[in-house]
Design a protein around this ligand. Structure first.
Ligand code: FAD
Ligand code: SIN
Length: 514
């Protein structure tokens, strides 16, 4: 362990990446960790995660049914799209991107083992999300806390055990405003020596400083509607979001310290945010977790399926956004509230229905109970559905029975049961339906890192120039997911790269001691 006089490892941002980094730094022998968080509470967007975390192969996957899962890397590479595969992508860029994907996928088994065995999180249920060729997204069993909240609260509790002997301190309402830099005139290298921060309780403009190696885990900019999002993707103006409004100032701080930002235009639009029938114009939406489709749910537009619901998010969203916008009345009522909620301008929503049959409802019971309670899903008897929908259900059941191929290419049906016994669909069966629309959800772009989670001052594909004293993990980083992140891979990147960053930063303090 580092000597008690060693500097603390400074972690900025208390979402899952920050908590993972903080924990691993302490485990690796850092004398102390200071975790600085702008919000009043820790958790960031991580605490809202509801579908789960990817891992392959793991002991929770059903090998008897699906075989050993060896395709996670391939699926991730495929999903990265043109950022990796365009003919114009030079070989060194390709191999750097692929290297990051290898770290992510190769360490996914140990990430799940760490969460389950070392921390005691339940991740025993596995679903297949869009763009994945096998079920590999892990969450807890029915009645358990959703995965984001359970991982975050467990890690926080573990970290607080170190608080007793002062090795760990979480400083909330504390915004990091600057990185402290030391430039070497001989090597032209910049070294990060700490941070400047402002406690929000301090009503003056005074800032304070903290010295030590720094790990940036400040999350993405999908909630920075009028800032980075408007700058990089003005075409997404008016879409609702799953992210709380939040300024993306951390990216600017990193860039000011020399960090290179990459893929900033790659913004993920998730196909299914719930439109609350009691308040359709709200710009901040509850997510209709992708696992609802993974467990069997289908999407309907005027009673017809329009897309393979388990294609990548990018393609499912594109298919929906190619449909006519929701009716003028909803859209215009929307605009005022959109501005109120930070959306600005006309709110753009589509009128798509998510339908869960009894098998899907049962498999996703914990989530469904919550959405029913919030009024985001409603129960209906099959006989109450319109004829176009009932016809679609009959046709779909024959696909699930294996009598014909799905014209839209869906091959995994989760736990869909309605009509699979060969009889006509049961009029008295109860389904759940809800209104969903595409939502801005995640930003693939951010600071370029290397496989040791060091933030780089060099572009992808160039000779790597790590900024000494600075690491990054989680959504603030870029280069891993390319055009499209697979569902479940964000929690994974937080754990994998957060742990690497924590260990590396702790080692730096140990080296300084030696
Ligand atoms: P965050 O969890 O967002 O944490 C960043 C923290 O940094 C925040 O608390 C912020 O306040 C703080 N911060 C920012 N700037 C500063 C500053 N200057 N000073 C101090 N603090 C600062 N991914 C999955 O893999 N599986 C899922 O099931 C899943 N479900 C999701 C559901 C929802 C509704 C949402 C919104 C996202 C979901 N995601 C999911 C995505 C995933 O949750 C996030 O991408 C991921 O958790 C980001 O983690 P992070 O630690 O990088 O950032
Ligand atoms: C979801 O639950 O649909 C979100 C999962 C993710 O963003 O990885």
């Amino acid at each position: 362990m580092a000597s008690p006089s060693s500097p603390p490892v400074i972690v900025v941002g208390a979402g899952l990446a920050g908590l993972s980094a903080a924990y691993s730094a302490l485990q690796a022998g850092a004398a102390s960790v200071r975790l600085l968080e702008r919000a009043a509470k820790p958790g960031g967007n991580s605490i809202k995660a509801s579908s789960g975390i990817n891992g392959a192969p793991t002991r929770f996957q059903n090998v008897a049914e699906y075989g050993v899962d060896e395709s996670f890397w391939d699926d991730t590479v495929r999903s990265a799209g043109s950022r990796l595969h365009a003919v114009s992508v030079a070989e060194p860029i390709k191999s750097q991107r692929q290297g990051l994907i290898s770290v992510l996928t190769n360490r996914s088994t140990s990430a799940i083992d760490f969460l389950v065995d070392d921390l005691g999180v339940d991740l025993s249920v596995v679903a297949q999300l869009g763009g994945h060729s096998k079920p590999r997204t892990h969450r807890g069993g029915a009645g358990k806390t959703p995965p984001g909240a359970s991982i975050v609260t467990t890690l926080l509790a573990k970290l607080n055990e170190y608080g007793g002997d002062d090795r760990f301190e979480l400083m909330t309402k504390t915004e990091v405003t600057k990185l402290l830099l030391l430039s070497s005139s001989s090597t032209e290298e910049v070294v990060v020596t700490g941070v400047e921060y402002r406690p929000q309780t301090d009503t003056t403009t005074n800032t304070q400083t903290l010295h030590g190696p720094v790990i940036f885990t400040t999350g993405g900019f999908a909630g920075d509607t009028h800032g980075l999002l408007a700058q990089y993707r003005p075409d997404l103006a008016g879409l609702p979001s799953t992210n709380d409004p939040r300024p993306g100032t951390a990216h600017t701080l990193l860039a000011a310290a020399g960090a290179r930002l990459v893929d900033m235009e790659s913004v993920q639009v998730h196909p299914t945010g719930f439109v609350d029938p009691a308040n359709p114009p709200l710009a901040l939406k509850f997510l209709a977790a992708e696992m609802l489709r993974g467990e069997g749910g289908i999407l309907l537009y005027r009673g017809r399926r329009v897309v393979n619901e388990l294609d990548t998010r990018e393609r499912v969203s594109e298919a929906i956004m190619g449909l006519p916008l929701a009716t003028a009345s909803a859209a215009s009522a929307a605009s005022a509230a959109a501005r109120e909620g930070g959306g600005g301008g006309e709110l753009r929503q589509w009128d798509v229905q998510l339908l869960l049959d009894p098998g899907t409802t049962e498999a996703a019971a914990g989530h469904v109970g919550f959405y029913l309670w919030k009024g985001l899903l409603q129960k209906k008897k099959v006989r109450e559905l319109d004829e176009a929908t009932r016809e679609t259900l009959r046709e779909y059941a024959s696909v699930v029975r294996g009598e014909k191929k799905d014209g839209l290419g869906r091959v995994a049906f989760g736990h869909w049961k309605l009509g699979v016994d060969g009889a006509d669909i049961d009029d008295e069966a109860e389904v759940c339906v809800g209104w969903v629309t595409p939502v801005v959800h995640f930003t693939m772009g951010g600071a370029v890192i290397n496989e040791q989670a060091q933030i780089l001052a060099s572009e992808l594909g160039e000779e790597q120039r790590p900024i000494q004293g600075l690491w990054g993990a989680g959504e603030v980083t870029g280069g891993i997911h390319g055009d499209n992140r697979l569902g479940g891979s964000s929690l994974l990147e937080c754990v994998v790269f957060g742990r690497i960053a924590g260990e590396q930063a702790a080692r730096a303090t140990l080296k300084a001691d030696a």
